[in-house]
Design a protein around this ligand. Structure first.
Ligand SMILES: [Zn+2]
Ligand SMILES: [Zn+2]
Ligand SMILES: [Zn+2]
Length: 415
């Protein structure tokens, strides 16, 4: 056997890498176990989630030693982002992922931090908008420091729960759905900026449409950045009648996870935007006989009057603990770039958006993956823990490994 000078070096490096990967895996499993145990411990007496968490726990448990390692906040990690606090029993993770996602949207962060300095109508006591401003300002301040202390979202949490004093929605020590939280924050933003102007914007030229758009105020950042003013109609292929005119505003593009992955199985080479369009084409309605239509089934067409700055997709899952196979098949359908003119008519061709952040959950625990343009890498936010993940394919393998189901996808418009 002939040894070349460099060989030994290569060998050691590979071993070291392997060890590093193993450590990484072990730490991941330990972190996951800790997060799950926290959810479980604090969940006794809450919603019954234990049955859901059991399967993945058993799968992972044989790898985990009993000594739970505290994850040290290394300074390397500190360069990339700031964590948010989530003490045992607070269940802030659903709110934390939304805060991190919003902060990571450059266009929102700039607009919000600028406009909230101006006069606004306070919403709630304490005001949700002021509290959000406080948290985002603290994150911005921390992002300029080298050693980043986790920021507390408590005021915002209290502001949100005070909005619904009579329901369990948002009460402290209660778990909530991250996309519902985002919808409530949008609503609060709308109310704080838009109250001065009249909401009824129904102009007579569109009188054959049922419904109306929600907001005409150009200073409302919820609607100008995230809102989609949609016209919906059915154009019959058989009798050419136009019927079923609807007009409404939506913040979210809803996707059925199982319909999406089934479509991906049928069309494995097809991109995410095309798949969404195909899924939509499957929803068929009869050409309206009440307005003289022929009754034949047709798909509904959606028109957008202006493209949003941020395109927000919500994935709906059958349950909170899908199989790894189903999670993997759904992840395989996603792309980090989409052209929304494929799903919505009335836009310029090539209305391209890039994925900025993804909110995932595992049982009742939420994670956020956010793309850092500055570092050209994906970062994971898990409450206090901030971790560099790497490329999009690293995010995907992390999701598969951790049984993480993507729920919210935030895409920013490319300039
Ligand atoms: Zn306020
Ligand atoms: Zn509005
Ligand atoms: Zn017809």
């Amino acid at each position: 056997m002939i040894f070349h000078p460099g060989d030994e070096d290569v060998e050691t490096k590979t071993l070291r890498q392997l060890q590093a990967e193993e450590d990484e895996e072990e730490k991941f499993q330990a972190d996951l176990k800790k997060a799950v145990r926290q959810s479980l411990d604090t969940y006794q007496g809450g919603r019954n989630m234990t049955s859901c968490l059991r399967t993945p726990l058993e799968v992972n448990s044989h790898k985990i030693s009993d000594s739970t390692k505290e994850s040290p906040t290394s300074t390397e990690v500190g360069i990339f982002g700031t964590g948010l606090q989530n003490e045992v029993g607070e269940y802030n993770c659903f709110l934390n992922v939304i805060i991190q996602s919003l902060w990571n949207l450059g266009v929102f962060r700039a607009e919000f931090l600028r406009s909230s300095m101006l006069d606004h109508h306070h919403v709630g006591d304490p005001c949700v908008v002021c509290s959000l401003y406080e948290v985002l300002t603290a994150l911005s301040a921390a992002s300029r420091e080298i050693r980043k202390e986790p920021v507390t979202p408590s005021t915002l949490r209290i502001a949100l729960s005070n909005l619904y004093p009579d329901s369990s929605f948002f009460q402290e020590a209660q778990m909530n759905d991250a996309s519902e939280v985002l919808a409530v924050i949008f609503d609060c933003l709308h109310r704080s900026f838009a109250q001065s102007s009249s909401v009824s914007d129904t102009d007579s030229s569109e009188s054959n449409y049922t419904g109306s758009w929600d907001c005409a105020n150009r200073t409302c950042i919820a609607h100008t950045l995230f809102g989609m003013n949609i016209f919906e109609q059915l154009n019959c292929n058989s009798c050419e009648l136009e019927s079923r005119h609807m007009k409404y505003t939506s913040f979210f593009h809803n996707i059925n996870a199982s319909a999406l992955r089934n479509m991906k199985v049928t069309c494995p080479e097809t991109a995410f935007d095309e798949l969404l369009n195909l899924v939509e084409m499957n929803h068929q309605l009869a050409c309206d006989p009440e307005t003289g239509g022929c009754g034949k089934p047709n798909h509904i067409r959606h028109f957008l009057n202006t493209p949003p700055h941020v395109f927000t997709a919500v994935l709906g899952w059958q349950n909170t603990c899908e199989s790894v196979e189903d999670i993997a098949a759904t992840l395989a359908a996603l792309n980090t770039e989409i052209d929304i003119s494929i799903m919505y008519r009335g836009l310029d061709p090539k209305s391209i958006y890039s994925l900025a952040s993804v909110v995932c959950y595992y049982g009742q625990h939420y994670h956020c993956f956010a793309y850092s343009h500055e570092h050209d890498r994906w970062i994971m936010y898990d409450d206090k823990t901030v971790k560099v993940i790497g490329s999009w394919s690293d995010v995907l393998s992390m999701c598969k490994k951790g049984h993480l189901q993507p729920q919210l996808l935030l895409y920013e418009k490319q300039r």
